[in-house]
Design a protein around this ligand. Sequence first.
Ligand code: GZL
Length: 307
Amino acid sequence: ACTNNSDAEIQPARKGQITIGFSQIGESSRWRAANTRSIQDAARIQNVRLIFSVAGLSQQKQISDIQSFILQKVDVIAFSPVVEAGWDDVLRAAKAAKIPVILTDRAIRTEDPSLFTSSLGSDFISEGISAAVWTKNEFRKAPGPVNVVELSGTPGSAPAIQRRAGFLEGIDGDTKFKIISSRTANFSRADGKRVMAELLRSHDDIDVVFAQNDDMGLGAVTAIEEAGKRPGKDIKIATIDAIHDGLVALSNGKINFIAECNPLVGPQLMELIQDVFLGIPVPKRVDTRETVFFRENVDQYINDRKY
Ligand code: GZL
């Protein structure tokens, strides 16, 4: 669990120490916990003073976190925006206060790119494309139609919007593939199970599930089993993240493909913060390092996966 040390007593900055305010999405997922731990560990190692706020899934709370960081005159603000839109006003206030902003994990939609200095995170579109390319290859011999259901993430979030866009781009107009239903399951395992059970009751011809993260895919595995079908065989499943439980399901053949979405951005974030603080030019966009997993290559990674 991540501590919300913006409430705890923050030690005053030591001479020359950088202070960063970070507003985190307060999900209870293993992915998010690993993301938080990576940032906190990297700050400690780099001697960066971290004021860390956990905002629940509330954009309003994140906006008030950022306003609080401005009042505290932190050196740099970073946050993982829970949705893409609606940040211009608070980021204009940060700009007026001459506090650089780094977007972490997720990204925002804005007409004014000067409102943030750099954006560090995964390329959600390429994750979606990878899932689609795998799906097309998996069903290359099927005459069609190949019926796809999509379990999408929290509405309005960059990963939910961009993973879908990537999946459609990867399908590339191949009319054999029909997305017969797209439902949000909020990136959660419980919602993934509930929504997949509903989909199984209304469709008896689902060939593949595109789940926008492992947690929803793992929920779908349970629902498919409870419906008396074999996940990974009767209904194929492609997901994104590559958390430990997802890799285990991949190894057991219950999930068929996983595109990695790497939460461990702490070291790259601290490097960006130090460069920004020193006035060293930084790239507008930094993609995190990630790969893809199949049943054939997954076993070597499972034991080292700490989240
Ligand atoms: C993606 C991240 C997403 C994960 C989900 O970078 O924002 O949020 O893919 C998590 O597991 O909910």
